[in-house]
Design a protein around this ligand. Structure first.
Ligand code: UDP
Ligand code: MG
Length: 238
């Protein structure tokens, strides 16, 4: 399909057992929308046979596209490759583990009529308590230091107008700061409450140790960038 209206972009790392239910749920929801769409699965160096399973799904589903990394490069790199490949006017991102619910995609699309970016907000997290607490603290610190008001930047379920990616600089960890980066470019950003589900198969790839330090450094960089953003008012220009 050359120019679908919607691109679904999904990074995955060792998510084999989630892929068949993911495809089923996506197809069940997307087929109701009356929109043309593609599903871009970015295999971020899985070693559990995820890519092989995706190739077999592609045999009956031509809307599935596979981008396969040779090694694990991280979720931001996978998003980045997915955005470059996406051909839709609207790009929706979500996780592969079905913690996000494809049934919430219409909520985001509805808001896209008035906004350029719509961020999902997992108002009832279905995660172990340590993750819930660290996320509350993380979001509070992030909002304070970056003077931001996004309740849940860690939620992958988001919708973007494709133009958003023409201006924003990609870097490792950027997926946690999309709302701020896009607001800085003048895009209209909002959030909508979405459901959140326990992980049924496979394991979480993140813990406090592998996330805290690097995301704090990223936050400092974002804070700096925001404070140093060039801003002026012209009252005359001949
Ligand atoms: N993921 C990825 N590359 C990585 C780590 C994670 O593509 O290096 C994917 C993962 O497979 C999942 C999504 O990013 O689809 C979110 O990861 P996870 O569910 O482990 O995060 P959590 O929900 O536990 O915060
Ligand atoms: Mg998850």
């Amino acid at each position: 399909m050359n120019n679908p209206e919607l691109s679904i972009v999904i990074p995955l790392y060792n998510e084999r057992d989630n892929l068949i239910p993911l495809e089923d749920k996506l197809e069940a929801e997307l087929s109701k929308l009356n929109l043309s769409y593609e599903i871009i699965l970015i295999d971020d160096g899985s070693v559990d046979g995820s890519a092989h399973l995706i190739e077999s799904l592609q045999k009956h589903n031509p809307r599935i596209r596979l981008i396969q990394f040779g090694h694990n490069h991280g979720q931001s790199a996978a998003f980045s490759a997915g955005f470059k490949a996406a051909r839709g006017q609207i790009i929706v991102t979500l996780d592969a583990d079905l913690q996000n619910n494809p049934a919430d995609i219409p909520l985001l699309l509805e808001k896209m009529q008035d906004y350029d970016v719509v961020c999902g907000w997992r108002h009832k997290r279905n995660d172990p308590w340590i993750k819930r607490v660290s996320s509350i603290i993380g979001n509070a610190v992030r909002n304070k230091l970056s003077e931001e008001e996004i309740a849940d930047t860690g939620c992958s379920l988001k919708a973007f107008r494709r133009e958003c990616f023409d201006k924003v600089k990609f870097f490792k960890g950027m997926h946690r700061f999309f709302p701020t980066l896009m607001k800085m470019e003048g895009f209209r950003v909002t959030q909508v409450k979405v459901s959140h589900h326990p992980r049924l198969h496979g394991e979480s790839k993140y813990n406090i140790r592998n996330r805290l330090f690097s995301s704090f450094l990223d936050l400092m960089a974002i804070r700096w960038m925001k404070k140093r953003q060039i801003n002026y008012d012209i009252i005359k220009e001949d």
